[in-house]
Design a protein around this ligand. Structure first.
Ligand SMILES: [Fe+2]
Length: 170
């Protein structure tokens, strides 16, 4: 789980910082939901790692688990994409590696190279701690200013009675 959380934190940062999905015309509500989830993944990125370090902390097990998790994560990613594409009545495209590579070049997805080659080694450093990956402040800023948070705040403000609008008798 700690190795998986390393990926979800990296993906959380990627989805908040990357503008490729905005330029691609992604549904704004879905994109906000995705970024909210990304911020939530960044926010708890150290939790499982800290628990592991406290109850065991063995480096060999930690490193081995990442070497198992990286290919598993990519295979789950592909299986998930295949499933969603097969069940989406609005498209008839099939999942293909070359489409993933093209989407990565267009900043619509993190590429397989990043997920399999550049991200895992950072976790393998003996001195690694998730706090050095992504930024809690960035996640908090997103949660503070996300379209859904802003809309909820405005809705809440409208629901509050106006203090200047005094209907009390007398
Ligand atoms: Fe998580």
């Amino acid at each position: 789980m700690a190795a998986l959380e390393h990926f979800t934190a990296v993906l959380g940062q990627w989805v908040i910082q990357n503008r490729g999905l905005d330029y691609a015309g992604t549904d704004p509500v879905m994109l906000d939901l995705l970024r909210w989830h990304g911020a939530e993944e960044i926010e708890h990125r150290s939790l499982v790692f800290d628990v592991y370090q406290n109850i065991c902390g063995n480096y060999v097990i930690r490193a081995f688990s990442m070497l198992m998790t990286a290919p598993l994560f990519v295979s789950w990613w592909i299986a998930g994409a295949r499933y969603l594409m097969a069940n989406d009545p609005t498209i008839d495209a099939k999942w293909r590696w070359r489409d993933w590579l093209r989407a990565a070049r267009q900043y619509k997805l993190p590429g397989p190279w990043r997920i399999l080659v550049t991200v895992p080694p950072r976790y393998l450093r003996p001195s690694h701690h998730p706090s050095t990956e992504a930024s809690t402040q960035m996640a908090m800023d997103y949660l503070e200013h996300s379209p859904a948070a802003t809309a909820a705040r405005e809705k809440g403000a409208r629901a509050q009675p106006d203090p200047d609008d005094d209907h009390s008798p007398g």
